[in-house]
Design a protein around this ligand. Structure first.
Ligand code: ADP
Ligand code: MG
Length: 624
């Protein structure tokens, strides 16, 4: 029998490859626009007819091609972007497989005009079903114009498979928007059947997002930005109150390339966990810059998936960064629709409480593994405070003279309580980190809430919930880093507990001591306290340990992890209580520290820490 294996003719091989790379008009849009960007274009115009079924044209002012390259670029595996296998690991361009043009030319009628700046004449080439019909010199501007007509004209099965014009147009717009967002310095326009749908001048990212999604978006955006040696994150996330019922508007870019990643999406969503209404999806446009050698983008022909060398790290870092950003910005009361609802409700009830509906009640405190940079507390606190400062900015301090005469007494008064009860970061004491010191006096109502002025109105802070949050985060961090100050007792104190409690204490003794206690088992039901955390008032140690154990037992039912449980329990046992009178300095410290928290909204037990009231809304209500 004779040999039966044959190499496929190029035209057929290209058609088969096209099946992978070109699924619909939007795939052509993506490939052509990416080529334009790779060619260094600063202007990219997209012209579409009949949702791309009749025409897809991309006009760029990039580097253009020589006569020979103009012919070669339609060959399979023809690429100027990688030359050796090593290059695969350092890819910075969008394309690299050299498949797109060959595939497109196999299944459509393509016309290309291209000219390099240095050439006097350009080249015009016409190619249909991989068959070069014409190649000739032509007059044209520097750059490249590719027109793809009658996509799938020679593959009827594929052509019939295309969806309605509006569906296909939606896909095209998606691709266009992704590319426009990833390349804010490039001018883009999109015409569909002679009407201009987008006209995007080079701009900053915020303007680009607004240009792409619409004017309303400007007030919805919260910037994010963090950087480590391996990773840089930037972009915007949406304020939780604007989250939509549908996904979409959730975009990741890795080194400028749009990718889909359910895993990273999960990281972002979990950063929103406790502040999002159920079944809503926030906007995000997040850029991840990472050394190309740490990722593998060659996992899928359409290159929308990616593998990271260290996925966990990216996940955690992303989550913490988004949480941090939301912590700083996401309460902007003037824009907060839900807030208005709760104001209305509360005012109707004579402002007698009611909870902030912005946040869902079934909150779960989730543990974030904090990358090293975030352990640098000072940095976070000062940057967080700086951003919260925006909330307060524009408020003149009350009568300065009054302040000056008031001060000595209060500082003295405060010094007593604060030294024992508030071992604070020295950074916070020197006014730099403490923005609330320059703000109007906060005051206390019913020994329970603190009223604090903010730019757009005021906020009511629940003192106990807020203090629990502050302590919780501090203790959690102590358990993670093993650093918390212990006050050694001059006279060690012996305590007796129930046998059941003794067993519990023994089982968690190392962790209790990590929280700043110096507790030793003295056999049976007896313990000796040699030291207590700086947060605990001397004389209260016995009560604190008892309530810690009590609280711990309750929390066990909640299935919390050990550290979370302990941090919560001790936060609860050592926090300021409702009904406790606070000095002005204490209130100011509390506010400062609350907004230096990673998640200032909620106590670890899920209570809202504050509610904001908008002046405009109040004014409206008083108008009658
Ligand atoms: P890839 O982008 O993966 O290299 P393509 O088939 O998309 O493969 O393109 C093949 C080659 O054609 C590119 O490597 C590039 O050299 C050239 N090319 C394609 N489009 C353009 C363009 N708009 N301007 C200049 N050169 C282009
Ligand atoms: Mg390409």
């Amino acid at each position: 029998m004779s040999d039966i294996i044959q190499l496929l003719p190029d035209a057929i091989a290209n058609q088969i490859a096209a099946g992978e790379v070109i699924q619909r008009p939007a795939s052509v849009v993506k490939e052509l626009m990416e080529n334009a960007i790779d060619a260094g274009a600063t202007r990219v115009q997209l012209v579409i007819r009949e949702a791309g079924k009749a025409l897809i044209q991309v006009v760029d002012n990039g580097c253009g091609m020589s006569e020979t390259d103009a012919r070669l670029c339609f060959e399979r595996h023809a690429t100027s972007k990688i030359r050796k296998a090593d290059d695969l690991f350092a890819i910075k361009t969008m394309g690299f497989r050299g498949e797109a043009l060959a595939s497109i030319a196999a299944i459509a009628q393509v016309e290309m005009r291209t000219r390099r700046k240095e050439d006097e004449l350009g080249t015009r080439i016409v190619i249909e079903a991989s068959d070069v019909k014409k190649q000739e010199p032509c007059q044209c501007a520097p750059g490249t114009t590719i027109s793809v007509k009658n996509l799938f004209y020679n593959v009827p099965a594929r052509r019939n498979f295309l969806k309605s014009n509006s569906r296909e147009m939606r896909h095209i717009i998606d691709e266009f928007q992704r590319i426009a967002l990833a390349n804010k310095k490039i001018f883009f326009s999109l015409h569909h059947n002679d009407s201009e749908m987008f006209h995007l001048d080079p701009s900053k990212l915020r303007q680009r997002i607004v240009g792409v999604f619409g004017n309303k978006y400007n007030k919805k955006l919260v910037p994010i930005g963090e950087e480590t040696d391996v990773l840089k994150l930037s972009g915007y996330v949406g304020k939780p109150e604007f989250a939509k019922k549908t996904r979409g508007e959730q975009l990741f870019f890795v080194n400028g390339r749009f990718i889909k990643s359910p895993y990273l999406n999960h990281a972002v969503m979990s950063a929103y966990e406790d502040i999002l209404k159920k079944d809503t999806f926030p906007l995000y446009v997040i850029f991840i810059e990472i050394d190309p050698s740490r990722i593998d983008i060659n996992v899928h022909p359409t290159k929308q998936e990616i593998k990271f060398e260290d996925e966990r790290l990216v996940y955690n870092y992303l989550k913490v960064t988004v949480r941090h950003a939301l912590g700083q910005y996401s309460i902007t009361p003037t824009l907060d629709f839900e807030q208005e609802v709760s104001i209305t409700k509360n005012l109707n009830k004579g402002m007698s409480g009611g909870s902030n509906k912005l946040v869902s009640s079934d909150m779960q405190v989730n543990k974030v593994t904090i990358p090293s940079k975030f352990n640098e507390d000072d940095e976070r606190i000062s940057s967080n405070n700086k951003n919260w400062q925006d909330l307060y900015e524009g408020i003149e301090a009350f009568d300065n003279e009054l302040e000056a005469t008031d001060q000595p007494e209060e500082v003295e008064n405060a010094a007593v309580t604060i030294d024992s009860e508030w071992p604070t970061d020295s950074k916070l004491d020197d006014n730099k980190g403490s923005f609330s010191k320059q703000q109007p006096k906060p005051y206390q109502v019913h020994n329970r809430y603190i009223v604090s002025h903010i730019k757009s109105g005021f906020m009511l802070i629940d003192q106990q919930a807020a203090h629990e949050r502050i302590k919780y985060e501090r203790f959690l961090k102590a358990l993670e880093s093993g650093k918390i100050a212990t006050q050694q007792q001059l006279f060690p104190k012996t305590i007796k507990v129930s046998v059941a409690n003794a067993e519990i204490i023994n089982s968690i003794l190392p962790q209790i001591n990590q929280l700043g206690f110096d507790l030793k088992d003295f056999g049976k039901d007896t313990f000796v306290i040699h030291g207590i955390p700086a947060d605990v008032k001397s004389g209260k140690e016995e009560a604190v340990i008892e309530s810690l154990v009590e609280q711990y037992r309750k929390n066990v039912d909640l299935n919390l992890d050990l550290r979370d449980n302990l941090a919560r329990a001790l936060a609860k046992s050592t926090s300021i209580k409702r009904g406790q009178e606070l000095a002005e300095a204490e209130m100011r410290e509390l506010i400062d520290q609350l907004f230096a928290c990673e998640v200032p909204y909620k106590s670890p037990y899920g209570r809202a820490c504050f509610i904001t009231y908008d002046l405009d809304d109040l004014n409206k209500r008083f108008k009658g």
